[in-house]
Structure formats: C-alpha cells, structure tokens
Design a protein. Sequence first.
Length: 576
Amino acid sequence: MMTKINNKKSVRILLAGVFSYLLPLTSYLFTSCENMLTPESDLVEYEEDHTLNHATDSVYSVMGIINKMQIIADRVVLLGEVRGDLVLPTAAASNDLKHLSAFDFNESNRYNQISDYYAVINNCNYYLAHVDTAMERRGRNLFMREYAAVKSYRAWTYLQLAQAYGEVPLILTPLMTEKEAREAMNQPRVGIKAICDTFIDDLTPYVGVNLPEFGSVNGMSSDYFFIPMRALLGDLCLWAGRYQEAARWYHDYLTDRYEPVRMSVQRITWPNATQFDRPNDRYNPTGSEVITYIPMESRVFDGTISDLRNLFNSTTENNYYYELTSSPAMSRISNDQVYCIENEMPGATTKDTIYVPRSGFNRKEYVGDLRYSSNFQLSSYGTQSEYSEYNSYNQYVYKINSSRINLYRATMIYLRYAEALNRAGYPQSAFAILKYGICDEVLENRVDPIEVKQAGELVSFDRNVFRLEDVLGVHSLGSGDSHANAFYMLPQPENALATRQDTVNYQIPLVEDLIINEMALEGAFEGYRFNDLMRVALRRSDASYLATPVSRRNGETDDTLYQLLMDSKNWYLPLP
C-alpha cells in the first residue's frame, strides 16, 4: 500500500541529511561533521563544484559514508532487540528505551531520528550520481569496486529503514535543495517488499564486482567494512518472499569457489559426560566468523562511539547500572533445549547417548543450551550499602564489542539460508543445517533423494571444501551433539498424509519455528530478533507470531501490549 504525506516538518527533518554530503575528507580519520548539517555551511560542495574523478576523492567519500553509518549502527541493534522478546529495559534505563520497549513511540525519542538514515542514503545517492565509473587505469575500472560497495550500503540502509518505519519515501537521486527535498517527501511511501524488489534489480548487475581494498584504516582491516553482495541479495529476496532466489544467493555466497564461507565449529561444551560444574571455554560467535562490521570510534573527537557497552554492561561509566538486560523469555528459550552428549567409553563398540540433567547447577543459565550462559552473566556482589552510588549487581553481555557493530557473520547467514531453503520447499535440507551441518555427505545420508534432486544446485557442495568431518549443526554450537539427540528431530505428522507434498507442507512452518528459535539462541543481543519475528509474521499474515512472544517476554502475557501488537501498524516508529 502506498500513502502520501504533506508535512513541512518532514521536509525539515529530511533536510538534516540532505546537506551532509561528506565529500573528500582530509584524512582517513572519521571526523565530526556537525557543521555540514545546514545548507549555509562552507563545507558543502555543490554539484557544480566537484566531481568524483580522483582515486583519493572516491576513497574519502566512501569512508565518509561509513562515518554516517556509524550514527545508525547502535540504533540498528537496539531497534532489533528492545522491540523484541529477548531483552528488557531495567529501572535505570532511559525513558527513550522504556518507551521503545513499550511501543510508545513519539517524534522526540532519540532513537526516532529518520534523518540519520537519509543522511547515509543521500551520501550514497550523491556518490553514485557523481563518481566516474568509466574511468580506467592500466585496463582496470578505477571506481567500479567502490561504486558497487556504495550501492550495497544504500540497499542495506533502506532495508534497515523499512524494518524500523514500515513504509518510507524511496529516494534514489541526490537531493540538493529544499525544493527537491519537499518533492521527495511528498512522493508515495513504499513498503519493504517494494524496497527489496527495487534493490534486487539494482544490485544484481554488480554481483561479480570485487570488494574495495583500502588496506588498514585506524588499525582495522577495511576488508570487514564492505557488505558481501550475494549475502545482501539473499536478505532482500528473503524479505521479498522470493525464496528460491534467496536460497541461491546465500548458497552461491557460502560456496564461492575462491572464498568459501564455512560456519564456525567453535562451541561451548561440558568437560565430560558426568561432570557438570562448569562448561569448557567461552563461545564467542563475534570473533573469527565475522564477515562485515561498522567500525566505531574510541574517542568522540574522531567520530561516533558505540554506547552499547554502557547500555548492556556494568561499567565504571554507568556506575554498574546497566539499562538493558536479558528477559525471562530469553532464559526460557535457552532452558527449554536438551543438551546431548554422545559418549564413547574405552573398549566399547557403540556410543552412549547421554542427556545432561536439568537441575543441580550452580548457575541456572547452565540448563539447556550453553550459548546463553556463555554470552550473559549477572553477578551480585552484595557489598554495596543502601547509600552507595554503585549498583550491587554486575552484568556482562560478552557479545558487545564497542569497537565495531557486526552486520554479517557466517552462522547467521547459514540460518537465513536454512530459512530460504525451507520456504522454497526443502525442509529436510533446512533442518539438516540445524542438526547435522550441511555438505554432500549429509545430504546423501539425511535428506531423501527426491528433495536433493528437486533442490539441485541449491544444495550442491564441493566435497574437497565442505567435508563431513568439518561441518557441524548450528544447534550443536550450544546444545551438544545434536546429530544424536532424539529430542531434536525433523517434525513428522502423527499419521501418514495423502501425498509427499502434504508432508512437506506440514513440515515447512514447524521447521521455520525451529529456525527462528535457533536464530534467538545464536543471535541474541545482536539486533536480529524483532526483525526475524516480523518477517515470519508478515509471511504468514499472522500478527500473533510477533505479538505473542513479545507480550510474554516478561514471563506473563501483557494483554495490553498483545492487543497493541496485533495491529501491525504499531510495530513501526512514526515518520515525522
């Protein structure tokens, strides 16, 4: 549905982003650009003053776009978590976070600043309109890598914008004047499917373009600053309901001939089958398998610093008063899992399957899946007096990294690949990703030949790269040896159905539930949850898929919140 707006304030808000082009900066440092937010700024370079036809211009302009992405980076995480069911605001939380959690949105909320998104978009539009894509040097196109990277930034930003606001103006050309901004804001708004369809067409011609190579920037490898085109196309197709295409894009990205992406096999385990005092190691999913992140600054002087550390963790800066904490719903999802150990005794010819007890631990987080206990810790020191300025509870969410906001990592892409495969009609292959990991040998032994044949290249893996001994089911990252777990099985109807397709149709929504559950276990605190619930609720035309878990996040159903969320219009922040 497309609606029109005519609001002077909307134009003023958009103009805050219009006049922040961030053309060539003077260094790789992410400098502050407060002076660039007004049309009379001396730093604004208008169309007739500059064209991007020098390599340094292009590099600095791309870095300027990343500078603008820093401003929305925390917000992307917070909108995905605070609106979801896995996180709750504490008594110390700001009113803005409390209102965000309650879906009591207003224009003054600090997290409702749509101009920040359009600042990224307008910078992208300006770059794309002015860079000289025909220029070559030594037989190589000089700017095509940056051109493709900026297109991916624009598409990614629009996807975040649509997830936050529902329907928004789709602006694909740079806005140079107030008149242009007014006309842009008066055009019909478009929803997330139309946005995705637009950018699928926009990005597809550039799939084969390599990512830029800027080397080290502020001590970070710039290889991580750029969004892989195929993975982003998979996301866009997934949201657009083009599941066969989504599965193909994810598969092609993961199985790239030159840079295949293997899911991490690092996991947290119990030391043996009889001792359950303390798990081994710490599961750090934000380490080596990270693919793309937005680099954040360590000093305000250099640009935007992340506030997530102070919101989620006890720090000296917040006197240990964290503002966001794990919800009872998060604890329940984790505790509901059954941890399985496949144990081989010396001299035995068979392996025993042992299920870890569900009581007797010194931490309640040790029940079920261990990823939760590995990433979340709440301790009470009990040493603070009632007059102390410091909180007596200390909380740490170990996923939080103040130096970067992760956008893509391997395991989450595998889970979206599973979601796409399932909706494309291949639930056995999708479930294999959860229980066994995926490679040709798994498909031969765990998926029926009919589905393997129907899926074809969507489930084809190079045996020299993806070997059985190197793959692991996603569920095994926190719940033990899932391949042996009799409580974690592909859903089957109680009685045989009339046709094979009837069975597939029965399995698809149930496997989808398992995938979304796994996304919570794997992706908690990273900004995915609300959007994952929303995507399935929209797909099923069932608002309760989102309304039910979010209204129960505190352990009991909040009837007022449930009724509010049964109207999908209330999911989104209001446009000014």
